[in-house]
Design a protein. Sequence first.
Length: 80
Amino acid sequence: YGQYIQSVLKPQMRVRAINTYEKVAKGSLGTYYGTNSGKPPCFVIWDQDLGSDVTWLPGAPEDKKSHAYWVFWHNLEIVE
């Protein structure tokens, strides 16, 4: 499933967390902005403020820094 999501997910697509991962609760909605070679690799700006301070991905909206969180491919489903 993770490989499928990785192959079809594109920046600016809406996503939902399909399980809880650290600060991100199952069912949370957000916008995917990109990836890097890190673990976890998926940079998402979540709709709710997580109070986070994570490594930033250039090109994401700077005014949503506390909403950002990195998750794994298998933590996401596409909702658009």
